[in-house]
Design a binder for this molecule. Structure first.
Ligand code: FES
Length: 113
């Protein structure tokens, strides 16, 4: 699949509470997976939503200290790099660029951070 880099307006920063995430569905991202946009400690990050270990939504995970813990088997990923930090997750998650503009949050699918 060819990945298209284009910006998607996700909303305004206030739409995503600190410690929460929203999912931009695959139909909008064009990358073959939904993308979770996370708010953690005032920063915004984006990773492919589907855990690299199995079928779980990382947006439903526990978000803290720059990491997300998968809700299914507790694998953890670094939000800024996508690095898999502990078992059973061994494959890194794909990251995407998120920008904050005057008019809100913009996601750049397929454009890594
Ligand atoms: S599905 Fe995420 S760690 Fe298993």
């Amino acid at each position: 699949m060819t990945e298209t880099v284009r910006a998607i307006h996700v909303g305004v920063p206030e739409d995503i509470e600190d410690g929460e995430a929203v999912v931009v569905p695959a139909e909008r991202t064009g990358t073959g997976d939904g993308i979770a946009v996370f708010h953690c400690d005032g920063e915004f990050y984006a990773l492919d939503d589907t855990c690299t270990h199995a079928e779980a939504s990382l947006a439903d995970g526990w978000i803290e200290d720059g990491e997300v813990e998968c809700p299914m088997h507790s694998g953890r990923f670094c939000l800024s790099t996508g690095e898999a930090l502990c078992m059973p997750a061994t494959e890194n998650a794909r990251t995407h660029k998120v920008e904050i503009g005057d008019d809100g949050l913009w996601l750049h699918p397929g454009s890594s951070t």
